[in-house]
Design a binder for this molecule. Structure first.
Ligand SMILES: NC(=O)c1ccc[n+]([C@@H]2O[C@H](COP(=O)([O-])OP(=O)(O)OC[C@H]3O[C@@H](n4cnc5c(N)ncnc54)[C@H](O)[C@@H]3O)[C@@H](O)[C@H]2O)c1
Length: 266
């Protein structure tokens, strides 16, 4: 992979899961990485891990849904690391509520975390990417932007992330800025630890993933690193699904397994 030596990356939500793996991977590829998270200890731990591996990490405590926090974080990145070349947004909040039981406040909080935070960080970072003469934005989206998952507020926000990212890819192309989304399927991170403790959920979800395993944060981080590198200079305004072929086959559900068993028995 080419093009990350000497670059500065800002990973929002870098304290855990996919964001943490992306921060580590970008640092391994040569970037200095600002790790921004509302959980200060988590940001510190990611940055310390990067430093222990010989890289340069800067931990920043910020609530990405608060404009003044975001502006302060971006200022610190520019002051301490010299600019911004790569912005990765990897924040979320996932209330498991149906359309019947979600409250207006839960809806708003979800949209704030999953969409408004991406808007705020991008708005604050863009002038610095423009000043560098180009850059990369990678927004972590979700397969729920493509298929229904009974997560109405989360999916609505993720659908918006997908279409909004295309918009800014077009708007900022003449500045040499690329904007892409990555849509993970089921990746084992703290966000879904609780639900994946259920044997029934694990088994049926695994059955829906043709590659036969859950994703790892590193699977998504590798795609993020590619989209952040100069190998992806001509890739913009698109989405890369990282789901083990889940949404390529999801409409078959458990029928897939039954069909295979039936054919094997003939
Ligand atoms: N894990 C999956 O299966 C999966 C699937 C599809 C999409 N995603 C997406 O991947 C991204 C990362 O999720 P994850 O699975 O790594 O979850 P995670 O909970 O492990 O990490 C999310 C991080 O965001 C931070 N965060 C939350 N609210 C914040 C705020 N207001 N300001 C700053 N930081 C904040 C958290 O402290 C945490 O460190 C999210 O956008 C999520 O929607 C995850």
């Amino acid at each position: 992979m080419r093009g990350l030596d000497g670059k500065v990356a800002m990973v929002v939500g870098g304290g855990s899961g996919i964001g943490r793996a992306a921060a580590r991977r970008l640092a391994e590829e040569g970037a200095s990485v600002a790790v921004v998270d509302v959980a200060a200890d988590a940001a510190d731990a990611t940055a310390a891990g990067i430093a222990a591996a010989g890289g340069r990490g800067l931990a920043l405590h910020a609530d990405a849904t608060a404009p003044e926090d975001v502006d302060r974080a971006v200022d610190r990145v520019v002051t301490d690391l010299g600019g911004i070349d790569v912005l990765v947004n990897s924040v979320a909040r996932v209330p498991r509520r149906t359309m019947y039981d979600i409250t207006p406040q839960e809806w708003q909080d979800t949209v704030d975390a999953c969409l408004f935070s991406y808007f705020l960080t991008t708005r604050a970072a863009l002038p610095h990417l423009v000043a560098r003469g180009g850059g990369k934005i990678v927004n972590v989206c979700s397969v729920t932007a493509h298929v229904g998952a009974q997560l109405p507020a989360y999916s609505a926000a993720k659908g918006a992330v997908l279409s909004w990212s295309r918009e800014i890819a077009v708007e900022f192309a003449h500045h040499g800025i690329t904007v892409n989304t990555v849509s993970p399927g089921v990746i084992e991170t703290p966000i879904n630890t609780e639900v994946l403790r259920s044997d029934a959920v694990r088994a049926t979800m695994l059955d829906a993933i043709p590659l036969g395993r859950f994703g790892r944060p590193e699977d998504v981080a590798a795609t993020i690193a590619f989209l952040a590198s100069s190998d992806a200079d001509f890739v913009s305004g698109t989405d890369v699904v990282v789901d083990g072929a889940m949404i390529a086959s999801t409409s078959w559900g458990t029928a897939r397994t039954a069909w295979r068993t039936h054919d094997a028995a003939r």
